[in-house]
Design a protein around this ligand. Structure first.
Ligand SMILES: [Zn+2]
Length: 412
């Protein structure tokens, strides 16, 4: 087969002749041999293709070795880059997929008879042929595992160990122990006997939660915590201060390390811990009641270019997972924050130093804008409205006068 080195300025022209034959009219024996060849080629080609695509040299070599064993020499040109019949010219141009395929070389249950198990504060990974890799497990990790198992008892937790190593980050071996619990999908509790938790991630502030109970004649708000991620400006200032101290020779290694820590804010980590706190408080507040939670999270399309909002989107996945883990009934519905829950008029916003006050010029309703969706949720559940405002708000004098003309006297 001649070399295919194309000269600059030349183009290749093609003409294709297509012929069709009926299999039933072909000699059966030879045709069967062709099918076998085809199957062998297909398996070798798949190994070659993916190894090329994933940059796994050992895979390419293995494929070529198999080709030598299984394919007649003239068909092996399909794997020869210099050949005119080379079949994989496009592979190099494709993007290399890395996740999943390359990160999970070992997935096994956590049990002495399986690929990995825990013994004496160590994670033992079996390597085959009686060999094992012992990885120390910190006390904290062991406690975490026990705690998580207790959280869902008496349900059984299934455990899987994932071991990940990447050529592009060769200095780390990443080990994950994944706990999984299976349970019935929680049914919707009666809102009149449940602890109601409304979580709003639409706020400019961070995450706002409203904890309430209702007996059908009165809806009582218990608590309205707001969770705010660490301030970015303050973190960067702190980092600059540390770097300056380090440059002056004051404990450089400590100060540089602390500067790096302040600079690198793990926003997903913050969302995870915020969600965990919301659930924890819900269990404390529930005292025997069922839980009913709604997470109001903006959909990714509608999010403005604010990094806080982007961070908050990840709350959906985190909350969904926690709800499934604990068996909590959770919905992910969005309710309006700009419509008056009483008369349906469009709400106006007044900014004070601490709050954005949403108010209605038709009926005099006002509250912190972040709490407005909770009223709409109560309405949707057929529950009475809570007393408003949920928390005391210092109204600016001008706004107080404006609202008094609509509805004289103090509200709620
Ligand atoms: Zn109104």
């Amino acid at each position: 087969m001649g070399s295919k080195k194309r000269k600059r300025g030349l183009v290749e022209g093609f003409r294709v002749l297509t012929l069709l034959y009926r299999v039933s009219e072909l000699p059966a024996g030879a045709f069967q041999r062709l099918v076998e060849l085809f199957k062998a080629y297909r398996a070798v080609a798949a190994l070659y293709f993916w190894s090329k695509r994933l940059n796994i040299e050992e895979g390419v070599e293995l494929a070529l070795e198999r080709a030598r064993q299984l394919l007649p020499s003239y068909y092996r040109h399909a794997f020869d880059e210099r050949s005119q019949v080379y079949q994989f010219g496009e592979v190099g141009k494709m993007r290399r997929p890395r996740k999943i395929v390359l990160q999970l070389p070992l997935v096994e249950a956590l049990h002495p008879n399986c690929g990995a198990y825990i013994e004496d504060n160590k994670l033992i990974v079996r390597l085959g042929n009686g060999e094992r890799l012992e990885l120390p497990l910190p006390e904290r990790a062991l406690r975490w595992l026990q705690e998580k198992e207790r959280e869902v008892a008496p349900l059984k937790v299934a455990k899987i160990v994932r071991i990940q190593w990447r050529e592009d980050r060769p200095e780390y071996l990443k080990v994950q122990i994944v706990l999984r619990v299976e349970r019935q999908k929680p049914v919707m509790p009666d809102p009149k006997s449940a602890l109601l938790v409304y979580v709003d991630a639409n706020s400019d502030y961070g995450i706002v939660a409203v904890y309430a109970v209702s007996d059908g004649s009165e809806t009582r708000v218990l608590e309205t915590p707001k969770l705010k991620p660490p301030n970015r400006g303050r973190r960067l200032m702190e980092a600059a201060r540390r770097k300056h101290a380090a440059a002056q020779g004051r404990k450089p290694s400590v100060n540089y390390a602390l500067a790096r820590l302040s600079e690198r804010f793990d926003s997903r980590g913050w969302v995870k811990s915020a969600a965990a706190r919301i659930f924890k408080k819900a269990f404390q507040r529930a005292s025997g009641r069922s839980l009913m939670m709604n997470f109001d999270i903006p959909d990714p399309e509608s999010v403005k270019n604010s990094s806080l909002q982007k961070t908050l989107i990840s709350l959906r996945k985190v909350a969904d997972n926690l709800a499934k883990w604990f068996g909590v009934y959770a919905t992910f519905e969005c309710y309006p924050s700009t419509v008056c829950p009483y008369c349906g008029s469009k709400l106006e916003i007044a900014y004070t130093r601490r709050t954005r006050i949403a108010y209605c010029t038709k009926c005099g309703f006002y509250d912190d804008r972040d709490y407005v969706p909770f009223y709409h949720w109560c309405k949707a559940l057929g529950l009475p409205m809570p007393k408003w405002p949920l928390q005391r708000i210092e109204l600016p004098e001008e706004l107080r006068r404006k609202l008094n003309t609509v509805r004289p006297g103090s509200p709620g």
